[in-house]
Ligand binder design. Sequence first.
Ligand code: ZN
Length: 234
Amino acid sequence: MRVLAIGAHPDDLEHQCGGTLARYAAEGHEVVMAHLCNGNKGGTNVTSEELAVTREQEARDAAAVIGAEAVGGLFGDLEAFLTEEKMIQVVDLIREAQPDVILTHHPDDYMNDHIGTSQLVFAAAFAATPPLMKTHVDKIVGIVPMYYFSPTDGHGFLPTEYVDITDFIETKKQMVLAHRSQIAWIRDHHGMADLEARIEAVGRFWGGQCNCTFAEPFALVRASGRARAFRILP
Ligand SMILES: [Zn+2]
């Protein structure tokens, strides 16, 4: 399969579904990791332009850990709003990726780029399918199953499926830590002091719900009918 994961910022996918993407890749699937925003406001003591360059490189480094392709950077940070123009940009991203499954943010998350990304992807995933929807990319895609991964802090999230990432927890940490510019930023701005301990704690929490050591949770998006008959997640 071709797996398309779409996050708001470089590093969101690594935190929320990095283990699952690592497992998809290890099982022979092609993984495309997209970030809609370029990360240009997630730091201090640096210009937005410099930071965007750094974060693009970090996104590529993190994707390279599992042999995935990193794409995106369509908008600046805090610009992921559902507008027709931006939806068409996401349609083109989806049409280029030709996915068999899409993973993205839950529509109820802690900040607007995550919510906006969820809304944009939900809208674009269907808008990418009709041949009469003309955009810059002259390829269409079918209606594919879509899953939301957990909101950043997991509050209120009711998974419908879990992925056992026990064998991929170290790979997940490696992917998160490839975002070197974010380690101090997340500590100081978000109050997350020990990223590796947090990744383990969150993984154990979800793992405890499905009887494995480390897991990541997902909720199947409505109208993803085919995924109700077949297991699409690894
Ligand atoms: Zn984010």
